[in-house]
Design a protein around this ligand. Structure first.
Ligand SMILES: CC(C)(COP(=O)(O)OP(=O)(O)OC[C@H]1O[C@@H](n2cnc3c(N)ncnc32)[C@H](O)[C@@H]1OP(=O)(O)O)[C@@H](O)C(=O)NCCC(=O)NCCS
Length: 151
């Protein structure tokens, strides 16, 4: 498989169908999309992945969303995007990169492999922020973990 190319684009042009793979709330996405740094992965003409970074403060940024098209998952594109997001945050002046994710599932392994550590738990986050229950592998997501990486 050819390597995807990575491109910075205006965040308002981010592919919503991919963002929804990571965050199934159009309302929440609309709330953070406009002031994000956006990078997409392309294979030829097709956009196959995306991430969004947002400044929380001068030296702390958050990875707001990262997703790979389902038919292209499991081939290293997510890991490529995550490494790029970490480097990009560093170049933007970040000393710390944070994110929120579910308390179980392969995403947690994915982030911890890149060095992220669990720094907090937000109990019932997914129950209070999403209108529909979120299930993965037959288990309902309830609590959100905050993860952080020192850059
Ligand atoms: C999380 C995500 C971005 C990973 O992208 P990807 O391109 O599939 O990831 P990679 O191919 O780079 O795999 C990296 C590691 O993630 C893990 N992984 C990825 N997909 C997995 C799956 N479906 N099941 C189990 N592990 C998986 C593996 O441990 C893999 O390590 P390996 O190299 O030993 O196989 C992708 O699964 C995705 O878009 N998921 C839906 C959106 C989402 O959940 N985003 C994160 C919200 S917190």
């Amino acid at each position: 498989m050819p390597n995807p190319s990575l491109h910075s684009i205006p965040s308002v042009q981010a592919p919503l169908h991919l963002l929804l793979e990571a965050d199934p709330s159009t309302e929440l996405i609309a709330g953070y999309l406009h002031d994000c740094h956006c990078v997409v992965a392309r294979l030829g003409e097709a956009t196959v992945g995306v991430y969004l970074l947002k400044a929380l403060g001068a030296e702390t940024w958050e990875l707001m969303n990262i997703a790979v098209a389902p038919e292209h998952q499991g081939r290293g594109i997510g890991a490529l995007l995550l490494r790029h997001a970490i480097d990009q945050a560093r170049q933007l002046g970040a000393k710390r990169l944070e994110l929120g994710t579910g308390s179980f599932g392969h995403q947690l392994t994915f982030y911890q492999r890149a060095g992220f550590r669990v720094v907090a738990v937000e109990p019932d986050y997914f129950l209070t922020h999403y209108p529909e229950p979120l299930f993965e592998n037959g288990l309902q997501h309830r609590d959100r973990l905050r993860l952080a990486l020192t850059l």
